[in-house]
Write a new protein. Sequence first.
Length: 367
Amino acid sequence: MDIYSDKRVVLTFDAGGTNFVFSAIQGGHEILEPITLPSHANHLGRCLDTINKGFDHMLSRLDQPAVAISFAIPGPTDYFNGVVGDLKNLPGFRGGVPLGKILENHYQMPVFMNNDGDLYAYGEALGGFLPEVNQMMAAAGNPKRFRNLVGLTLGTGFGGGFVCNNTLITGDNSIASEVWILSNSITPSRNAEEEVSIRAVIRSYKAATSSKEEETLTPKDIYDIATGSREGEREAAIHAFEFMGRHLGDVIANLISLTDGLVVMGGGIAGADRFFMPAIMKELGNQFDFRKDDPIPRLIQKVFNLNDDSGIKGLTEISGKYIDLPGSDQQVYYDQLPKVGIGTSRIGTSRAISLGAYAFALNQLEN
């Protein structure tokens, strides 16, 4: 699917607990200035009126009809049937609200919804990280191409999605790739999100410092302390991100073993990659050493950090060779070194989610 050449228009909105942001996308680009309206999260009627107001505004400014509505909304939600469940940030929807069918009946067009982690991964796979890496491979003359990608969002929560050969893997209950509830070997009593999220960074810094300001610090504040641009306990700040990186690396190692693809990270914490990426890479390079004389590597693949020039060079350089096909003048490319790459989003999390929502709608319309 080439989302950049498609001329169909899809309406989107970002369903936040405080505000709703409405937009319209055509050919992978926003064609109207987005508008932001208060969500009225505690009152279902006012919330639905806000949604209608936002879409009515966008439709009145379009030069051509929209073909669908597509948006990201957190769980618990029955995405397949379009029923929103008991959302913490939208309490007015408690008890189950068939938002998809409500909007379909009102606007007489298909409506699609999905998890933001899934749509983030889909956007990065079709219009972000994955095609960019493949362009790097082509520019280096390397015949290898990647078709699998895991997208991870690091923020208030820990979300993810998996795309295989341009197909978003959603699962039978629309809850595949629920990375937040994965276990981890570093802190076995906690699920992954408790150590890979905003609250994890804050808690880790708080545990290592006596600062009286710690109650109001944000991860951005802790990042500034780590860089030395803000006063605070710098070593504690650096450790907070490193500790998160160890847990994240443990999760990513398992995901790479399952998917054998690229990994891209977005979200509010992703900008601190200079502090947590080394811990991730160290974890990915670990070994199972129960056999002291013959340890087993944590991963079969060699993983390259694509936020680093040396990592890009390592992934893109030609490590294979062409071997002769007996009985013919043909040759086959053979590479004994399985390689994947990991990095942070180049296009930004919000744009990736919007692209994912756009692509998801177009794909569903074709099926």
